[in-house]
Design a protein around this ligand. Structure first.
Ligand code: GAR
Length: 200
């Protein structure tokens, strides 16, 4: 199974959904480490399963580049095939991007390129859109700007507040993330097999 590292900053319900998916031995990936930039509640989902966790706080490092290098090193220590930012509320820097670019994905609670940033659900409500949703995209150096891999729409209800709408988005987002991780690692494995065959 492909090795997946998860990064989170909050409650980690997306991470929990991914962990539950991996309970099926037919699921093509396993979570090998869960990391955070803080003592996040979401790390508990991994601890309960005996999966290694780490915290790499910005404040514990001299500056942002040092933090970014430490985060890259923590991740590299677990040799992940894929890194999933699932509610990780920090922008990664060049060290992480150099090591994991192209196999680092993020999940975002809006239909990117609409409503990037840390308040996507609030911003969508304020804009009065009838439909928002969730996006899984490749991470690049920008804020929620990398190529979109998959999206799912969610209708906004007239009486929605931010919490209600976010919870409905997260229901869609959990499925989208699990499906996208499975599709990505399956495609990756197929291309590796092809490469190996043509090497012969
Ligand atoms: C998710 O909706 C995720 O897309 C969002 O935080 C939530 C985490 O939920 N991330 C961002 O807004 C990043 N800009 P969780 O802690 O329950 O998994």
């Amino acid at each position: 199974r492909a090795r997946v590292a998860v990064l989170l900053s909050g409650t980690g319900s997306l991470c929990a959904a991914l962990l539950e998916a991996t309970d099926d031995p037919a699921f093509p990936a396993e979570v090998v480490v869960v990391g955070s930039d803080r003592a996040a509640h979401g790390l508990e989902h991994a601890r309960r399963r005996g999966i290694p966790t780490f915290t790499c706080g910005l404040g514990e490092h001299a500056d942002r580049p040092a933090w970014d290098r430490a985060l890259a090193a923590e991740l590299a220590g677990h040799a992940p095939d894929l890194v999933v930012s699932a509610g990780f509320m920090k922008l990664v820097g060049p060290a992480v991007l150099d090591a994991f670019g192209g196999r680092l994905i993020n999940t975002h609670p809006a239909l990117l390129p609409a409503f990037p940033g840390a308040h996507a659900v609030r911003d969508a409500l304020a804009a009065g859109v009838a439909v928002t949703g969730a996006t899984v995209h490749l991470v690049d150096a920008g804020l929620d700007t990398g190529p979109v891999l998959a999206q799912r729409e969610v209708a906004v209800h007239p009486d929605d507040d931010e919490a209600e709408l976010h919870e409905r988005i997260k229901e869609a987002e959990r499925e989208l993330l699990v499906d996208t991780v499975a599709a990505l690692v399956t495609a990756g494995r197929t291309s590796e097999q092809r490469t190996r065959k043509s090497d012969r």
